[in-house]
Design a protein around this ligand. Structure first.
Ligand SMILES: Nc1ncnc2c1ncn2[C@@H]1O[C@H](COP(=O)(O)OP(=O)(O)OP(=O)(O)O)[C@@H](O)[C@H]1O
Ligand SMILES: [Mg+2]
Length: 247
């Protein structure tokens, strides 16, 4: 078994008296797709945000590729390198409203990688093509549907050529037919070998696209395994409740 690309070890995070992550350990191999499910407030977003340094934490460590960050380390010079390896996409897209789809995708390569405008725009056009939006390059976010905006956000994350994407409920704000176009893009990325950590409520999608389902409750991983095992024959009563829509 090769070394995992992403590894969380005994991660703990507290807000005042409240423990939000209570010793989370999790590994994702390169090219693996993880579906992370769990009740609201169980710590799923917090966990993803620790992986690319949007939060600090109180104990344990995060490793991404060659970079290990321990609790309390400021690691200011390391996070930009981690974020090159691991992109993140959010439920609310977080596109720049004053930039076109193309400019949104080309922005980071120009600013961070110092690519010349022509090269960045050419690459952005290719990425918009890949997510099925070649025709909408000149549109501003407000002129796009939710599903289109989310696909621009995916293209923008891909522009930095990450090895992994962290997806935090990226279809939750979308109508059912728009969800599908975003989920199809994710399935394509998985086929292309990208590592995916996806917090999702889409059980059907998890069954279809994930290599492994991870169940989080009260800041712990309570169960994980292949989708068939976890979704069809869950061991934990809490997983059964969750899948029955009771959590
Ligand atoms: N800045 C904060 N200050 C205090 N508590 C916080 C803060 N951010 C999150 N929390 C708490 O941490 C817990 C975990 O939150 P988190 O957003 O990770 O949950 P989640 O599993 O992503 O939930 P959801 O499915 O609703 O998105 C929640 O109880 C939340 O109220
Ligand atoms: Mg969340």
């Amino acid at each position: 078994m090769p070394e995992p690309l992403i590894e969380l070890t005994d991660l703990c995070k507290r807000y005042g008296p409240r423990t939000v992550l209570d010793g989370v350990s999790l590994q994702a191999a390169a090219g693996e797709a993880l579906a992370i499910i769990g009740p609201s407030g169980s710590g799923k977003s917090t966990m993803l945000r620790c992986i690319n340094g949007l939060h600090d934490w109180d104990a344990g460590r995060v490793r991404v590729g060659p970079h290990t960050i321990k609790a309390g380390e400021r690691a200011r010079h390391v996070w930009p390198q981690v974020r090159r390896l691991v992109g993140m996409i959010f439920q609310d897209f977080q596109l720049f409203p004053h930039l076109t789809a193309l400019e949104n995708v080309a922005e980071a390569p120009q600013r961070v990688l110092r690519w010349p405008r022509n090269r960045a725009h050419q690459r952005a056009q290719e990425l918009l093509d890949r997510v099925g939006l070649a025709e909408r390059a000149a549109a501003y976010p407000q002129q796009l549907s939710g599903g289109q905006k989310q696909r621009v956000a995916i293209a923008r994350a891909l522009a930095m050529q990450p090895q992994a994407l962290l997806c935090d409920e990226i279809t939750s704000a979308l109508d059912p037919e728009l969800k599908q176009e975003v989920l199809s893009v994710l399935e394509g990325l998985k086929r292309d070998g990208l590592t995916l950590l996806m917090v999702t409520h889409e059980i059907g999608f998890a069954r279809r696209a994930a290599d492994r389902v991870v169940v989080v409750a009260e800041g712990r991983v309570i169960e994980e395994g292949p989708p068939k095992q976890v979704l069809d024959a869950p061991q934990s009563p809490r997983t059964r409740q969750l899948l029955a829509g009771q959590l």
